[in-house]
Structures are given as structure tokens and as C-alpha cells.
Design a protein around this ligand. Sequence first.
Ligand code: ZN
Length: 332
Amino acid sequence: MASNILTPEQNWRGIILLGKNTATYKLGLAKVLLDQAILGKTHISMDELSASFFELYKERLKTNRPQLNHISRKTVMERVVAKYNLEILSKEQAIEEVRINAFNDVLPRFHTIDNITVSSNFYHFDFSTGLTITDKTFEAISNSNLQSLIEEITTRWDLLEAAFEIRKSNSKLENDIRAFYLLNGYKRTDITHLRSALDGYQKGKCFYCGLPMFEENIEVDHVIPRQIVYHDEVWNLVLAHSLCNQQKSDHLPTKQHIQHLINRNEFLIKSNHPLKDKIISALGLTPKKRFGTVMKVYNEAVQILKTPWDELAGYDPATDPIFQAFVKINNE
Ligand SMILES: [Zn+2]
């Protein structure tokens, strides 16, 4: 990590755009940091931070969109703003609750994207005295188009809310599927033993971004999310970076990924791969039948999940330079 080549601007954009955010806090913090740095401030006290955070979320939550990737739970900010709106808390009490409860996760984790810690620290912090904004923040600002930095925060925030909403609206369906399989005694099978067989085709490269993979960050991924197919059949499994896998999460793959998967399966069959028989018995005897089976499952997934992964994420990891740089550095 010492010879990291990413600029502060790239690191900043990585924090905003990448990673499996389970809540919107990083975006809130990024917005406050940016607002204060633009004013030339180098220190934000906990009181200032809490007040800014409260005002920011009070506005944001007027749409009532979810801020957490959970079907029933809410973030501290959602709860505090709701209590303020109901006049259960005064403004001062609300800000105090924000100060005590809202920052425990986000302040220590802002600089971490999944398992990668970025090389630029945009602030130092202390839970009692607050944040000291570092030169890296000012470098990132001065080397970027300020308007686009702000827009990126807003866009990513919108996308996360949309993703959390999809999850909530699918939760009933998910629960129904889950109940069905639990009743039928479905058990998740161990699929790690398939890694070497699958790698014969991928030759050490990630199915999604095409960059090399290394032992510690390879994962077996379900191209059509497991929450839809509820099986671990090999025709739907690929190897991917854990970061790519997390980015995709439970979202719908793109049509291109499905075509790539179909081609991969046909290749395995033609090359007499040890998994050949399993794929044929699951999908059909001819290429046409197999294509039909995969597309049928994919179209069912479209009905349920609706938004493909790339639209939801707002970019394609295979062509996104920031993403590629992160994967590269993580592999070094
Ligand atoms: Zn990848």
C-alpha cells in the first residue's frame, strides 16, 4: 500500500462511488466535509458537525426514502428527524442525539471501501474535539470540478436510496421464497470447491471487470442473484473479485453479463470440461434449449428486480477507471 498511486481526487471519488454502502452516512459526511472545506475551514467541532448533519438529513428525509439497507430498521438520522418532526425532540435535543449516536461507524470507516483503506486521509478525528480537515481534502477540491464532486455525492445518494427501496419492496417476495425453501429443507451448499474448475475458463481474471484476481479476494458469485434462483447450480456461478461481487450484490446482472455467461457455459461444454454434464442436465441438450432456459430465469429475475446492476450503480466497473485503479492497488 505504501507505493499507492491514486491521487486524493481519485481516492475521494472512490469513497463516494464505490463499495457496498449499507447506509448513506458516508455521503452525508462527504457533503459536510466538502461544504466546510469550500468555506476554507480546517476544523469542524462535533457540535458543528452534528448541527450540519441534522440540517442535511432534515432536508434529505423530506422524500421519506430509506437510508439503510435493511427491510425494517432505520438509521439514527431517520429516527432523530422523525422525532423532531413529531416535536418529541427540540432542535437542540435532536442535534445532541445526532452527536452522541450518529457518527460511531462513519467517522472511523469513511476512508475504507469494503476491505481497502484508501491512501489519502481527508480528515483526522477525535470523538470529543471533532474533525481536522487535511490538505488531501483541499487537494481533491482544487484538482476537481467542484460542481461535479457535489453532483457525484447527490447522484450516489439517490442511487443508494433507490437500491434500499428495491430491497424493501422485494422483502415480502424474498421472505416468501425463503419460507418456501425452508419448508422444503433447502440447504445452502458449499460452493468453494468449484473455484478451481471455474477458473479453468476465466484464467485468473474476474468475470465482471476482466482484471486479474489474487487468492485473497476471489469469490464465487451467482450471476443471477441467489435470492431469485435459490440454487447453487454451476451454470450460474462465476469467479469475481470480492469488490466486484459486493458492488453487484443482489442486483440484476446486465444482458451483456448474461450473454457472457451463456458463452462461458457453451465453452465449458465444447471443451469437455468436468462440469459439462451438470450444465447440460440443468439447462438442456442443445445450445438453443440452454439459451432458452437461461433467458427464462433471467426474465423472471427482471420481473422481480427490475433495475440492472449497471444502471443502479451508475457506472460499469469494466470501463470505470477509478474502479480499475482500486482493484489494481488491492491486488498489489
Ligand atoms: Zn473484478
